[in-house]
Design a protein around this ligand. Structure first.
Ligand code: GUN
Length: 290
């Protein structure tokens, strides 16, 4: 069994980006600039956004963090997004999800300039991904593809089971894994909350990608000997032994599943850091040609 070190790969990608930015600035070009909007103060979102801003600083990007109250109106949020769309110095924009219930997420996503959509959530980006055209790929699924590529994991013709059909992970991961690319070319089954007999599907899988956010829901008896297991879950569970009072739990019962796998991602240190590396790659891409 080999552990897929997402943290190490993310550090490598970020150091390569740092070199490129240093060279580009030496040539008199601008630094890539990422703007992040954080609404409210959800603990998980605070952590993710501060990691994204920290990564910008490490690489040498400019960053702008816009913090807004939980009570902000949809109209005011859309105004803030328009101001960023109109600001030529800003290359990429992310609005951290989830948003408060009174705000229409689709409206917010569609109001982002597709040229600054470094999360890859805009319908233009999704359409380009489905059509196999160049564009911004969503950060988490693209991070998974980068891990598979880096470790030269064979995906061609393999049975891949994706668990969870969210817009931002499961659905795009199923598309990227089935495209005629490498990694890709897998035979993909997308399982979700209405799937009957999940275990029947997972037991056939050469590659399992779990993105449900349900701790320990992928158990050893669901996994074939030698499978590759990618765990996207990062759920906060109470843990009195930690200073913070919680720890991060993946979807996979790691202790019992890992011995059966050929490869597995840990939580933390697997897919999470790769999400940030992909966002940094997209931000660099957004800044090019300026
Ligand atoms: N919430 C959970 N994952 C993500 C992500 O990749 N981007 C944004 N903007 N919000 C998220």
């Amino acid at each position: 069994m080999q552990i897929l070190d997402g943290k190490g790969l993310s550090d490598l990608i970020k150091s390569q980006l740092k070199e490129k930015v240093t060279a580009q600035v030496a040539e008199g070009k601008k630094r890539p600039h990422l703007a992040a909007i954080l609404v409210g103060n959800d603990g998980g979102s605070e952590t993710y956004v501060s990691s994204k801003i920290r990564s910008c600083e490490e690489i040498g990007y400019k960053s702008t963090l816009i913090r807004l109250e939980n009570t902000i109106t949809e109209e005011e949020l859309l105004k803030q997004i328009k101001a960023i769309n109109d600001n030529d110095d800003i290359d990429g924009l992310i609005v951290q999800l989830p948003l408060p219930k009174h705000i229409n997420v689709e409206k917010v996503i569609e109001s982002t300039d597709p040229n600054k959509d470094v999360d890859g959530f805009h319908p233009v980006s999704v359409g380009r991904m489905v059509a196999g055209l160049p564009g911004f790929l969503p950060a988490t699924p693209n991070g998974i593809m980068k891990i598979l590529e880096h470790y030269k994991i064979d995906t061609i013709g393999k049975e891949c089971v994706v668990i969870g059909r969210s817009d931002i992970v499961g659905t795009p991961a199923s598309i990227l894994m089935s495209r005629n690319t490498n990694p890709g070319n897998a035979t993909v089954t997308l399982c979700h909350s209405k799937t009957k007999n999940l275990k029947e599907h997972t037991l056939r899988a050469d590659i399992i990608i779990s993105a449900t956010g349900i701790p320990n829901s992928v158990t050893a008896e669901m996994v074939k000997e030698g499978a590759v297991v990618i765990d996207v879950g990062t759920t906060r569970v109470p843990d009195a032994s930690k200073k913070s009072g919680f720890r991060l739990s993946g979807d996979v019962d790691y202790v019992n599943v890992a011995p059966k796998c050929s490869y597995i991602t840990p939580v933390p240190g697997g897919v999470g850091p790769m999400t940030i590396a992909s966002l940094m790659l997209n931000t660099f891409q957004a800044s090019q040609g300026k």
